[in-house]
Design a protein around this ligand. Structure first.
Ligand SMILES: [Zn+2]
Length: 264
């Protein structure tokens, strides 16, 4: 089966010792494209260095909601300066996390806005992390409000590691979003995701690992790796009643369409 991993932090220090082997295993599993998003200035630079070493990788640059308060204006300027680079195909990851709240909410919102503005300016889609505490949806509703606030000039967006209710997914799809599914889909409290995976239009679906996090069933809990995207991809194909080969072709086409900026 052809595969993509639309979100994989291969620059995380947990991969320092064996990133070549991890990428080799992903290739053997059929993974043809991997997007490596940064979360702060150093991880953005490290993503670009990986793209230089492995031509089937792409980078995204932006600031994660967890790091929103820590990354000041000067550091943000350094991240934004990387965005025009042709190795960079997307903006992020960014978004809102009202579950763990490692940065205060006002700092998260200010950070989200600077990332969305960069995505709108470059045309490189914003990769959006969005998590609310169990049983809540306040982060999802706030994220929708922020994107709608852009009106006609809103940037292209990709919902990474989908989490949330069905009507939130539908509202995001109405705004033109693509939706990417990860190992989070299999966790307790995320039951709505299966219905979202069934209903998302075929040309808006992506899959990802969010390595080294969010291991799907069968993958080692201590460290997720891009080859395990096959578990989530097979699950989505099954839910949609499409054969894996057809779905794999679709995933590669969707990845190339979503991140077409760099090659144009
Ligand atoms: Zn991530």
């Amino acid at each position: 089966m052809r595969l993509v991993d639309s979100h994989c932090h291969l620059q995380a220090d947990r991969f320092d010792a064996d990133v070549d082997q991890v990428i080799g295993a992903a290739r053997l599993a059929g993974v043809e494209r991997i997007l490596v998003p940064g979360w702060d200035p150093d991880s953005c630079r490290a993503a670009l260095e990986l793209v230089d070493r492995f031509p089937f990788l792409d980078a995204a640059v932006g600031v994660h909601p967890h790091d929103a308060e820590r990354v000041d204006d000067a550091e943000w300027a350094a991240v934004a300066a990387l965005a025009p680079d042709r190795r960079v195909v997307a903006t992020g990851e960014t978004g809102l996390d009202y579950d763990r709240v490692f940065s205060p909410v006002p700092a998260q919102l200010a950070n989200l806005r600077r990332n969305l503005r960069l995505a709108a300016d470059t045309g490189k889609p914003a990769i959006l992390h969005c998590r609310s505490a169990a049983g809540r949806r306040d982060a999802q509703d706030a994220l929708l409000a922020e994107i709608r606030g852009f009106g006609a000039t809103s940037p292209p967006v990709l919902i990474h590691s989908f989490s949330g209710p069905l009507d939130y997914a539908e509202a995001m799809l109405d705004l033109g979003a693509a939706i990417s599914f990860s190992g989070l889909s299999f966790r307790a409290g995320e039951e709505a995701t299966a219905e979202v995976a069934r209903r998302t239009p075929a040309d808006r679906i992506l899959v990802e690992t969010d390595s080294p996090f969010l291991s799907p069933p069968g993958a080692p809990r201590r460290r997720n790796e891009p080859e395990w995207v096959r578990v989530t991809a097979a699950w989505v194909a099954e839910l949609r009643g499409v054969d894996r080969d057809t779905f794999g072709d679709q995933l590669v086409a969707n990845y190339d369409a979503a991140f077409a900026v760099a090659s144009s």
